[in-house]
Write a protein that binds this ligand. Structure first.
Ligand code: PLP
Length: 371
C-alpha cells in the first residue's frame, strides 16, 4: 500500500472545498499578482510569527537573497553559516558576492554549533546565517550575544521552521530578519513556489519590497537594480486557507516524532535530539545510521516496502563542487557534518500519519537493522 514521506494528497482532500473555492475566486477576479490576498497573507504571517512586517516574494531562496541584498551584504564580506542545510542558504550568500564561512554542527540537532562560532569570526565577518534545520531552532541566545559583541547582523533561514519556537518566541522573530519558503513540501506549503520575509525593521522591509519589484518605489521609476520576485495571489489565498491548520499539523508531526523516539530507542540508529528551549516542528524526522552501508541497507528495505525515505543531506555544502569555484575557497574540515554524509535519512512523520503506518515503518527498520 505504501507510506509516502509526505502525504499532500490527503492534506488537499481535507481542505478540498475551501481550496477549490479559492481557485475559482482568483480565476473569477483575474487578479493574479499581488493585491489584497497577498497583503492579507503578509499580515497573517507577521502576526503568526510575532513580527511587525512580512514581505511576500517568489520563493525562500529569493527571500534570503533579498534580505542579504537589502542589508548591503556583498563583495568582501564573510557570512558564517552551517554546512548542513539546503544549498539555497549558501547560494544566497554567494549571489550577493559575499563569502560563506562554514562552522561545524552539533550531533543530534544537526544545527550550527554555536560554541564554534566565535573562532570563525574575522575582521571581514559581516553576518551570521543560522538555519533552523529540520524545524528546530538554533540556540539563538548565545549566538545573538556573540553577534552583538562583534557588531554582526543575524539573518535566520527559517525555511524549514515555520511555527517552531525558541524560549516562547517563534522562528522568524529571533533576529534582524528571516526567510521562509512555501515550497509545497514545507510545513506550510503552497501549490507551487512561494516565500516570505519577516522583520521588525521598517526600512529593511521597505527595501526588500522594493528590490522584489525591480527597484521600484513608484511605478516605472527605478532607484535600484532589483529583481522580479512576487507571490501569486492564488498562492497567497491557498496559504491563508492552510495557515490556521499549521499549529495542529506541527503538533501531529511532533507526536509522530515522539512515537518514533520511543519505538526506535535502543536501536543502532541515532535519533534526533530535541532541545528543551522550544518546540521543534519536525519538518523532517531524521535518523543517523552507524555507517553509510547501514543507511543504504535500511533505506533499501524501506524502498522495497513502499515507504518513502531520502538522504538529508547526502553531501555537506562545504564539500560541494560549486563551492570550489568561489575565488580563494579553502575547504574546511568539519568532522561532525561530514560524518552525516550518506548516513542521515528521513522517516515519514507527516501530519495525519497513523500509528499503524508508523508501526509498519518501525517494523521494516528494525528488521533491516537485524539483517
Ligand atoms: C527550502 C529551503 C530553502 C529555499 O526555499 P525555496 O522556496 O525552495 O527557494 C532555503 N533554505 C532551506 C533551509 C530550505 O529548506
Amino acid at each position: 500500500m505504501g507510506i509516502p514521506l509526505l502525504d499532500l494528497k490527503a492534506q488537499y482532500a481535507g481542505l478540498k472545498d475551501e481550496l477549490d473555492a479559492v481557485w475559482h475566486d482568483v480565476m473569477g477576479n483575474a487578479g493574479f499578482i499581488g493585491g489584497p490576498k497577498v497583503k492579507a497573507l503578509e499580515e497573517q504571517i507577521a502576526t503568526y510569527c510575532g513580527t511587525e512586517y512580512a514581505v511576500a516574494c517568489a520563493n525562500g531562496t529569493d527571500a534570503l537573497f533579498l534580505i542579504m541584498a537589502s542589508l548591503d551584504i556583498g563583495m568582501g564580506d564573510e557570512v558564517i553559516t552551517t554546512p548542513f542545510t539546503f544549498f539555497a542558504t549558501v547560494e544566497a550568500i554567494a549571489h550577493v558576492g559575499a563569502t560563506p564561512v562554514f562552522i561545524d554542527i552539533e550531533p543530534g540537532t544537526y544545527n550550527m554549533d554555536v560554541a564554534k562560532l566565535e573562532a570563525a569570526i574575522t575582521p571581514k565577518t559581516k553576518a551570521i546565517m543560522p538555519v533552523h534545520i529540520f524545524g528546530q531552532c538554533v540556540d539563538m541566545d548565545p549566538l545573538l550575544e556573540i553577534a552583538q559583541r562583534h557588531g554582526l547582523i543575524v539573518v535566520e533561514d527559517a525555511c524549514q521552521a515555520i511555527g517552531a519556537t525558541y524560549k516562547g518566541k517563534r522562528a522568524g522573530s529571533l533576529a534582524r530578519a528571516a526567510a521562509f519558503s512555501f515550497f509545497p513540501s514545507k510545513n506550510l506549503g503552497c501549490a507551487g513556489d512561494g516565500g516570505i520575509i519577516t522583520t521588525d525593521d521598517v526600512d529593511l522591509a521597505a527595501k526588500c519590497r522594493k528590490l522584489a519589484q525591480h527597484g521600484t518605489s513608484k511605478k516605472y521609476y527605478h532607484d535600484a537594480f532589483g529583481t522580479n520576485s512576487r507571490l501569486d495571489s492564488l498562492q497567497a489565498a491557498i496559504l491563508s486557507v492552510k495557515l490556521p491548520h499549521l499549529d495542529d499539523w506541527n503538533a501531529q508531526r511532533r507526536a509522530a516524532g515522539s512515537y518514533y523516539d520511543e519505538a526506535l530507542a535502543g536501536t543502532d540508529l541515532a535519533l534526533p535530539v530535541a532541545r528543551e528551549f522550544g518546540d521543534a516542528v519536525y519538518h523532517l524526522y531524521i535518523v543517523k545510521a552507524a555507517d553509510a552501508d547501514q543507511a543504504t541497507k535500511v533505506m533499501a528495505a524501506l524502498g522495497e516496502a513502499g515507504i518513502g525515505t531520502a538522504l538529508y543531506y547526502p553531501l555537506c555544502l562545504h564539500e560541494q563542487e560549486a563551492l570550489a569555484t568561489l575565488p580563494g575557497y579553502v575547504r574546511p574540515s568539519l568532522p561532525e557534518a561530514e560524518s552525516c554524509n550518506s548516513r542521515t535519512f528521513a522517516l515519514p512523520a507527516f501530519p495525519g500519519i497513523t500509528r499503524e503506518q508508523q508501526d509498519e515503518v518501525v517494523r521494516v527498520v528494525k528488521e533491516a537493522l537485524a539483517r
